[in-house]
Write a protein that binds this ligand. Structure first.
Ligand SMILES: [Zn+2]
Length: 647
């Protein structure tokens, strides 16, 4: 579907107040012109014309302001994952109307089969007469005979996909992302939506949307706001806090080992810290929704809310809690980065097809980078914890051969068809992890060029100040901000690091901040004690045996021709049952050759794998012994916290 000019129009003139501002401004201009004595009549004529145009918009907007779509969602039998949806649309002047369900949802740049849960679709006019309809593609219902009629749609939705964060209904709750539940038409997209839920007794409903006339009614300014404001209704725990005249809510569904008072305290810290980057908050109310459950983990950002899913017993230990609060920080950063400013190509959202951009690495990877800024500066994560998270990211990067084949710009464009696993690791990069490194490089480059006066935080501040919706930004805009911030041209850098596959040398980068990488605490990394034999194979649990999930490109197993889904049955003629092959490998040394017996599509095969040595210990990033004053200052400017002295 073409991006509508009406989008820009409604965003610019989105309320009647704007009209009065325009009108007052015009009368001021007229008064000023009269005072200046500069041929007021000519100006007056022009102003009369402008007022006439404004009046036209006024009529358009007032009609627009009162027109709305009624959405009724009835969850009478939640145990069967079903909802009955009824939609009432305003009268239209056209003979046929296309009603769409989006083919993706915001926050996940992949097409989804959202329309597959729709059954028992009917269309009627306001007298109850049946209107004919047929599907013209998988997501589009075309209703005919609609001229000068109000349209009433009704259909059933099957909602049983918790982990996709699209729609889930059971006997204890419902999570509804409207892109998976509510249809729209081109004519209705920019109209107000009034959503009325009918839910079992004792359920409580929450959303980032404004509340309506009762506890289960919500009002959306338009369809875009509706689909970017999921609804959580059910049996849940609810908490509130207030900061700088804004309301924050925490809604938790499910049981688990979480401590909601600690969560609440730390979420307040994230809120306070974010202001230091963006200067203000683009909302009046924000809702943190948490699912403590089984079989679902992950999170999605929305315009003034987020949904965070975690395994129910993954909240309590320090490691697990850090996981939770890091995710919360990531999603909260998105409140600005993507919900307030986002790349051209993703503005406005086109819900029916892929929205292409070379900059999704900046949307996701920079969010992963900035999350640590909130955590470190708010003392929610120690410097040591940050350095071990960084070491983990570098380790994953080193074992990702795909970085030589795909740039972050290409990965952004192809996010819609990206794959994980073996293929993803060996031949592609990920916008989150590699986008993190691109952001880190930019941050250090800015700190360097401005003698620590500016950082990558300033770039995001400027994206927010200059490119807020309904505007967007492109690659030239980002380079323009970089030039403005540092006084230097970033064209070559951009070509090399964003469109190219330049290798990062982490040693000199870390040295700037007085840090170094090593695999063993002060030990000789060349000694045998600190090395182990390595194949390059990763395995997974399978009923069939030790199944290969991935083989790192150019590793010994790759050279020997082993590949994913091969089932290893023996090493050197002896059966292997442990899923962890590396346990067996401890009996071997680097340079030894082992014979691997495996099944490939039921056929027994053999391969000789010549083992190589890799470090036994995990990569560590530690402060150097005698860091200079400059290095310590660099660390402080980068992280906001004091340099951690060597222990
Ligand atoms: Zn994200």
């Amino acid at each position: 579907m073409k991006k509508s000019n009406f989008y820009y129009l409604t965003e610019t003139f989105h309320s009647i107040e704007h009209f009065f501002i325009v009108k007052i401004t015009l009368s001021r201009i007229y008064t000023n012109v009269k005072i200046m004595g500069k041929r007021p009549h000519l100006f007056y004529g022009k102003i009369k014309l402008t007022i006439a145009i404004s009046l036209f918009f006024f009529q358009l907007i007032t009609a627009h302001a009162f027109a709305h779509v009624n959405v009724s969602i009835n969850i009478a039998k939640p145990e069967h994952h079903l909802a009955n949806v009824q939609l009432d649309f305003e009268q239209v002047a056209i003979e046929k109307v296309n009603f769409y369900l989006p083919s993706w949802r915001t926050g996940k740049y992949q097409t989804l089969n959202l329309a597959n849960g729709i059954r028992e679709f009917t269309a009627r006019d306001s007298q109850g007469n049946i209107l004919n309809w047929h599907k013209i593609d998988k997501d589009t219902w075309q209703v005919t005979g609609t001229k000068n009629k109000k349209i009433h749609l009704s259909y059933q939705v099957y909602a049983n996909e918790l982990a996709k964060r699209t729609r889930h209904i059971d006997d204890s709750h419902a999570f509804l992302d409207s892109s998976a539940v509510v249809m729209y038409s081109k004519e209705s997209r920019y109209l107000k939506h009034v959503v009325q839920l009918t839910v079992p007794k004792a359920w409580r409903s929450f959303s980032g949307l404004a509340s309506g006339e009762n506890n289960h009614q919500f009002i959306a300014k338009n369809y875009d706001q509706l689909v970017d404001s999921p609804i959580e209704t059910g049996i849940n725990e609810h908490h509130k806090f207030r900061h700088e005249e804004r309301d924050y809510e925490l809604v938790i569904w499910g049981e688990g080992n979480y401590d909601s008072s600690k969560m609440l305290k730390d979420l307040q810290v994230l809120v306070k810290q974010s202001k230091h980057i963006w200067q203000d908050y683009p909302f009046k109310r924000y809702v943190f929704m948490v699912h403590a459950t089984s079989g679902a983990k992950g999170a999605t950002e929305h315009v003034n809310s987020t949904i965070i899913q975690r395994l129910r017993f993954k909240f309590s230990s320090r490691k697990d809690y850090l996981g939770f609060i890091t995710t919360a920080a990531h999603e909260f950063v998105h409140t600005w980065n993507v919900k307030q400013y986002r790349p051209q190509g993703v503005v406005p959202y086109d819900y029916q097809q892929e929205n292409y951009s070379n900059l999704l690495w900046l949307v996701e990877g920079s969010t992963s980078y900035l999350q640590y800024q909130l955590l470190l500066r708010g003392n929610l994560m120690t410097a040591d914890e940050f350095l071990s998270a960084l070491a983990k990211r570098i380790t994953a990067h080193i074992h990702k051969p795909g970085q030589a084949s795909q740039s972050v710009a290409q990965a952004s464009f192809d996010a819609w068809i990206s794959e994980g696993g073996d293929y993803g690791n060996n031949h592609s990069v990920n916008i989150y992890s590699e986008g993190f490194f691109a952001s880190w490089l930019l941050d250090f480059s800015i700190l360097d060029k401005t003698a620590l006066a500016k950082s990558y935080r300033n770039v995001h501040n400027q994206l927010y100040q200059q490119h807020r919706l309904p505007l967007s930004y492109n690659e030239d805009d980002v380079q323009g901000i970089l030039k403005h911030t540092t006084g230097e041209n970033y064209q070559d850098w951009w070509q090399k690091n964003i469109h190219g596959t330049a290798k990062t040398d982490f040693g000199p980068l870390l040295a700037k901040a007085g840090l170094e990488m090593s695999y063993a605490k002060g030990e000789d990394t060349k000694s045998n004690e600190s090395l182990k034999a390595w194949t390059g194979i990763k395995t997974r649990n399978s009923a069939h045996g030790v199944t290969i999930s991935s083989v790192e490109k150019n590793s010994p197993a790759w050279q020997a021709g082993l590949t994913m889904d091969d089932i290893i049955v023996a090493v050197n003629g002896l059966r292997i049952v442990d899923k962890d092959l590396s346990n067996r490998l401890t009996d071997f040394k680097a340079q030894q050759t082992i014979t691997v017996t495996f099944f490939r599509r039921d056929k027994l095969k053999m391969a000789n794998v010549k083992l190589v040595a890799i470090a036994k210990n995990k990569l560590k990033i530690t402060p150097i012994a005698k860091a200079s004053v400059e290095q310590k200052a660099f660390f402080k400017a980068w992280t906001g916290v004091n340099f951690p002295e060597k222990k």
